[in-house]
Design a protein around this ligand. Structure first.
Ligand SMILES: Cc1cc2nc3c(=O)[nH]c(=O)nc-3n(C[C@H](O)[C@H](O)[C@H](O)COP(=O)(O)O)c2cc1C
Ligand code: SF4
Length: 436
């Protein structure tokens, strides 16, 4: 698609779109009116065919997820909208709360109708007080106009929206710990199965979607799945909110089709690298995704399949650019500290391994790392990956694995400065238990 043809649907240029009257003047809530005359199955089918994939990190097909909800249930059903947005490098959902909260509210109402949810919980990180307040104003206005609440627009459909604020824990963005948190419990991820559609909030069928995912829905309903599925990369279509930070001249959030060139984002939309420097590394999708070296960026497109092909992932499309002077070990240590601090401590590989990784990296920063420490660090990361209850363990391991793979020389350079430290202590290994 030619970029000049691209029409923004979420962060449009319309002034004051956050106000309900302005939103209505531009067709707002017409998609809700439309679905109230459709069957829930027809709505799910439209979203399925659009090929909308989750924007919260895992790219799971949204319509398919909605179809997992039981059609008939003796228990209430819930929708959780995930606005925890605590992944370092990610700051796009808050733009929706600020500039177009009604597109999200309308999308949430449509989704609630499609899956039969009587209640929508919007979970937002507590640090986003400003954005929580902005969203609350929009929700109050939508209640006033009869879009939320009892017998919406006389359709007989009732649902409510309530905002729930987090208290500073990254792990509460993980869907099952989010549900525990809303229930008033500790933010511990749950072992799956059962999956949320079978047993979610208070043991009832629940669907969890990211704020941006939900905000795509009104346009799909208004314009049809065929229109939507032709935007951007065919297998991962639609507009995407790219959040670019780091050493670029104009950091920010840009709404563009999926599949744009990474170099286009950096050089055309963000005005290039500060002081004309070269790029040393890029994190393409938030701190948990695998790094790319500066030399690898040419031709790389920002969609799920293209990034998978180069050994990383789209994640939340939170791109972090690092210039040629960046101390990658220092950055990695900061990231490792984050995951160590945020580990909930339920599983041993994550609880202990994240701490070991941070300690070993700090040895390198202090000039005390050895050559053997590089493999020790990799060994710890490899023993976390795939061995934990939730994906925080993988999120902690992937940056470490990729930086060792891509920048091993940086570790070796530092290690050589400390020839006196030679003793290698093998890490305690995970013991394989064989059933008898
Ligand atoms: C540690 C951790 C933190 C997460 N944080 C968020 C978050 O802040 N926002 C989000 O939408 N998804 C987050 N996720 C992913 C959610 O578990 C879930 O997959 C997502 O909300 C589903 O929405 P989607 O299908 O629309 O992408 C996180 C996952 C993990 C493992
Ligand atoms: S992987 Fe880490 S954060 Fe996730 S449940 Fe296990 S200890 Fe907790």
């Amino acid at each position: 698609m030619n970029m000049t043809e691209f029409e923004k649907i979420i962060l449009t240029e319309i002034p004051n779109l956050h106000k309900i009257d302005v939103y209505e003047q531009h067709g707002g809530y017409s998609a809700l009116r439309k679905v109230l005359g459709m069957t829930p199955d027809a709505v799910i089918d439209e979203v399925k065919k659009s090929n909308l994939r989750g924007r919260g990190g895992a790219c799971f097909p949204a319509g398919l997820k909605w179809s997992f909800m039981p059609k008939v249930s003796s228990k209430p059903k819930y929708l959780c909208a995930n606005g925890d947005e605590s992944e370092p490098g990610t700051f796009k959902d808050r733009q929706i709360f600020e500039y177009n909260p009604h597109v999200f509210i309308e999308g949430a109402l449509i989704e609630a109708y499609a899956i039969g949810a009587q209640m929508v919980y919007v979970y937002i990180r507590g640090e986003y007080k400003k954005w929580i307040d902005l969203l609350q104003v929009a929700i109050d206005d939508a209640y006033q106009k009869g879009y939320i609440g009892q017998n919406i627009l006389g359709s007989g459909f009732t649902t409510h929206i309530q905002v729930y604020r987090g208290a500073g824990a990254y792990i509460c963005g993980e869907e099952s710990s989010l549900m525990n948190s809303v229930e008033g419990g500790r933010g511990y991820p749950r072992v799956k199965p059962p999956f949320p559609a079978q047993s979610g909030m208070w043991g009832c069928p629940t669907t969890i979607n990211n704020i941006e995912t939900i905000s795509n829905v009104p346009a799909i309903i208004n314009r049809g799945w065929e229109w939507y599925s032709k935007i951007g990369a065919p297998k991962h279509p639609g507009p995407l909110l790219y959040g670019i930070s780091g050493h670029v001249n104009k950091p920010g959030v840009f709404e563009l089709p999926t599949g744009v060139l990474l170099t286009d984002l950096i050089y055309n939309y963000c005005g290039g690298v500060k002081n004309g420097k070269n790029i040393k590394a890029v994190i393409p999708g938030g701190s948990s995704t695998m790094w790319l070296r500066g030399e690898e960026l040419e031709g790389v497109r920002m969609d799920a399949d293209s990034l998978k092909a180069v050994g990383t992932s789209i994640g939340t499309a939170g791109v972090i650019v690092m210039d040629e002077d960046t101390d990658v070990i220092k950055v990695l240590t900061r990231i490792a500290h984050f995951y160590h601090h945020e580990s909930c401590g339920q599983c041993t590989p994550c609880r202990e391994g994240t701490g070991w990784m941070e300690k070993i990296l700090r040895r390198f920063l202090a000039g005390e790392g050895t050559l053997q420490d590089i493999d020790l660090l990799l060994d710890v990361a490899n023993n976390i990956e795939g061995n934990t209850i939730c994906a925080l363990g993988d999120a902690a391991a992937w940056p470490v694995q990729s930086v060792i793979k891509k920048f091993r020389g940086e570790f070796e350079k530092r290690a050589k400065k400390s020839p006196s430290v030679t003793r290698y202590v093998k890490p305690p290994h995970l013991v394989e238990v064989t059933a008898v």
